[in-house]
Design a binder for this molecule. Structure first.
Ligand SMILES: Nc1ncnc2c1ncn2[C@@H]1O[C@H](COP(=O)(O)OP(=O)(O)OP(=O)(O)O)[C@@H](O)[C@H]1O
Ligand SMILES: [Mg+2]
Length: 372
């Protein structure tokens, strides 16, 4: 089986490093504080949070992980959040009773799955999902906290709460976060600029509501060691320079490192023993060829200034608003550039970390380089 894993939360032997970040989060949350964790896409936020949950659960905390990605309306939030809360309960019947008492306008329905396991769904009947319902539901974690049991709620892709503005979600949640004595929150997400707006803008509800934290790439030495060990276990030699080359082709982004390593391993496993630069390049080229149509279409639909900026970013991404950068890369005026940056951000095509802008998908970056 391929020893590399990508595209999903990684656990157990597939997860390495992040010890300090993990310890810091466990300490801060168990100490009764709230945290907002932001980092570009595919850096390993969710995997880190699952590690944190594992440790907090060992300490006796009740941990509730909820992903806002699937939320598109207040109703969908109510449905999904109720389900998430219920799966944390050993006694569903009791949960249904507590739920019914707390939220009068919605009826919990207990049924049994094919294999006899109890399941909870909710019947909205004619109820309108208004601020009252959302408020009562947001009180549930605190209600569930048994005497002495502390609850920690993890809200992933939290920037998507904007979809719930019609029911004053931000304001409601903010007041719960302040009031609840036995519940703490970790807010995480990848749209860094949106999250920062939520927590740093004086006019927004979450202003100063949580301490902020970010994660960077995994330390290179650890990644080199990890990659070499996994290849060695299959009898394949990957020297340190080639391990570093994989990291650089993947722009040092954890997800793409695993992806390229997996592809390389697959290509080599039955026939070759030594990883060379050519093999890595060929594997990267194959992956780009596979997505060629998509990349073409993606590039094609960008405006002229966005295309120019992407070409420039494929080379370098520091000080992009400086006159020197604009001149070297023959870019439009700074104001046009600002607009292009905003648009590319919104589409998730570019990201920013440590004051450096970069193309989120390193293979798209290679695609652009190969054409121009
Ligand atoms: N600590 C780690 N050890 C090994 N691989 C990791 C680690 N962290 C992340 N990865 C790799 O990165 C991939 C993405 O991880 P994860 O889904 O946790 O990131 P994310 O930041 O939550 O991404 P998204 O922005 O898409 O939600 C994983 O599938 C794995 O391949
Ligand atoms: Mg994630």
């Amino acid at each position: 089986m391929n020893p590399f894993s990508y595209g999903a939360i990684v656990r157990g032997g597939h997860f390495y490093d992040r010890k300090e970040e993990c310890a810091h989060l466990v300490k801060t949350l168990s100490g009764g504080n709230n945290v907002v964790l932001y980092a570009p896409r595919r850096f390993g936020k969710t995997s880190l949070v699952f590690k944190v949950i594992e440790q907090l659960e060992k300490q006796g905390f009740l941990c509730v992980y909820f992903d806002f990605m699937m939320v598109f309306s207040p109703e969908s939030f109510v449905r999904l959040y109720t389900k998430t809360l219920s799966t944390k309960q050993s006694n569903l019947k009791k949960f249904a009773q507590i739920f019914a008492a707390a939220i009068k306008s919605i009826r919990p329905v207990l049924s049994f799955g094919m294999d006899g396991t109890p399941e909870l769904s909710i019947d909205f009947a004619n109820a309108t999902i208004n601020e009252t319902v959302i408020s009562q539901l947001l009180d549930m974690p605190e209600t569930l906290a048994d005497a002495g049991k502390r609850v920690i709620v993890f809200f992933d892709e939290f920037q998507e709460v904007e979809r719930l503005n019609s029911v004053n979600f931000e304001g409601l949640l903010r007041s719960k976060v302040q009031q609840q004595r036995n519940t703490n929150y970790l807010f995480l997400g990848s749209k860094t600029h949106l999250l920062k707006e939520l927590f740093n803008d004086k006019k927004r509800a979450f202003y100063n509501a949580a301490s902020q934290m970010t994660i960077g790439p995994l330390p290179q030495q650890d990644t080199i060691k990890y990659l070499r060990k996994k290849f060695a276990e299959s009898g394949i030699t990957l020297n340190a320079i080639m391990a570093k080359y994989i990291i650089s082709v993947a722009s040092d982004i954890p997800h793409y490192i695993q992806l390229l390593a997996a592809e390389t391993w697959q290509y080599m496993v039955n026939s070759r023993k030594l990883v060379t630069k050519k093999i890595i390049d060929d594997c990267a080229a194959r992956m780009i060829a596979f997505k060629n149509d998509y990349y073409m279409e993606l590039f094609d639909r960008q405006s002229q200034s966005q295309k120019q900026l992407l070409q420039a970013l494929a080379m370098e991404g520091k000080n992009i608003f400086s006159t020197a950068y604009i001149r070297t890369h023959r870019l439009p005026s700074a104001s046009t550039l600002q607009r292009a940056v905003k648009e590319l951000f919104k589409e998730g095509i570019i990201e920013k970390a440590n004051d450096e802008y970069f193309i989120a998908d390193p293979f798209f970056k290679r695609f652009i380089t190969s054409i121009y």
